[in-house]
Design a protein around this ligand. Structure first.
Ligand code: HEC
Length: 331
């Protein structure tokens, strides 16, 4: 709920005519509006994605006196066939005023002094498979058109990772779809697993169009809900300070990178289908103090070869602090 208030509060404030100033490609207002309106699900500044880059748009219409009105029309009514086979749905969740601001802004991008830095940043993100960010962008990173039936994305042979809005998550949720009909939600704000579901992956209709809310719909039933507590504890500190760093997708599964009290943690979350077991694997570097894992109030049965249970929490064996796993059995 908080997120809604935040998001609409933000979009609402852009309706103020004060901001209708001339764009230079870096107006914080327009850039934030572009982000808040969900455009970055399909667009990048300098690289083509599901839709054309804003740079390509500004170049295409540079000498076209009707450019602005055509682009505005695409945003209001949707577009297809001008750039390729992908469709842009009508951006009707954005006010006419803000669509006009976005149009004017998009057409100036080729002259922006920030082009080079945007391009560098986007190339780095594209080339390395590490998405480093404290505020990961909403994106549709993996082969959207091939895996898509309408707005429903299906998982094929490889895990897929999406930043999207998910029910019951903060605004920084990461959805992971595994082959075999198992998916889970990781919260990049809380740096923890939220839940697992079984069935299909996600329907992005609402998050792409904004109609009826921004949440992607889970196409299945929940099979695991993580308790509210943060499960890892280092030493005697009761409330750990956690900070998300990014995620890496070099293996079969994504690895989430974050810090607890300044120590680097890598977490990989998988599912053992034969034993119907969730597998949480952690790598912690430089831990001098004991590490505890508290699964919280959970209906699942937890186990680990790398720790001993003590009064409901688990204490990781000192020699396993660098690399340990916990398993949770689901029904
Ligand atoms: C679901 C994906 C998606 C979203 C969300 C989206 N776009 Fe698009 N956009 C596209 C596609 C695909 C095209 C190319 C359509 C075509 O080929 O005609 C496009 C085209 C455009 C164009 C070029 C239009 C033209 O007439 O040539 C602009 C400018 C644009 N988008 C800006 C935006 C802005 C601003 C937002 C957010 C308010 C946005 N888009 C949201 C997918 C999307």
């Amino acid at each position: 709920m908080l997120r809604f208030i935040f998001l609409f509060g933000m979009v609402g404030s852009f309706a103020c005519p004060l901001f209708a100033s001339k764009s230079n490609g870096n107006e914080p207002t327009e850039k934030a509006l572009y982000k808040a309106s969900g455009c970055i699900a399909c667009h990048r500044m300098t690289l083509d994605h599901i839709g054309p880059s804003m740079l390509a748009v500004s170049q295409k219409y540079a000498n076209d006196p009707n450019g602005a009105s055509m682009v505005l029309d695409s945003l209001k009514n949707g577009a297809k066939g001008k750039w390729g086979n992908n469709v842009m749905p009508p951006q009707s969740h954005v006010s006419d005023h803000n669509l006009q601001l976005l149009t004017n802004w998009a057409l100036t991008i080729k002259d922006s002094p920030h082009l080079e830095s945007w391009q560098k940043a986007e190339l780095v993100t594209q080339e390395s498979n590490t998405v480093l960010s404290t505020d990961p962008p909403l994106d549709a990173k993996y082969s959207l058109p091939e895996n898509r039936v309408g707005t429903v994305v299906e998982v094929k042979d490889e895990p897929i990772v999406y930043r999207t809005y998910l029910p019951g998550a903060s605004s920084r949720a990461i959805a992971v779809g595994l082959p075999g009909g198992i998916s889970y939600a990781f919260d990049a704000k809380l740096c923890k697993l939220l839940y697992f579901w079984e069935g299909g992956f996600l329907d992005f209709e609402k998050s792409w169009t904004g109609h009826g809310g921004w949440y992607s719909k889970l196409m299945g039933t929940k099979i695991f809900e993580a308790p509210a507590n943060f499960p890892l504890r280092m030493g005697s500190k009761q409330s750990p300070v956690v900070k998300f760093v990014g995620y890496r997708t070099d293996g079969k599964l994504p690895t989430f990178l974050y810090q607890i009290n300044g120590l680097s943690v890598e977490e990989t979350i998988g599912f053992d289908a034969d034993n119907r077991t969730i597998v949480l694997s952690f790598k912690v570097s430089g831990a001098e103090e004991p590490i505890y894992f508290d699964p919280g109030q959970s209906s699942s049965i937890w186990s680990s070869d790398d720790a001993v249970e003590q009064k409901g929490a688990w204490k990781v064996h000192p020699e396993k602090r660098k690399n340990f796993s916990f398993l949770a059995q689901v029904k």
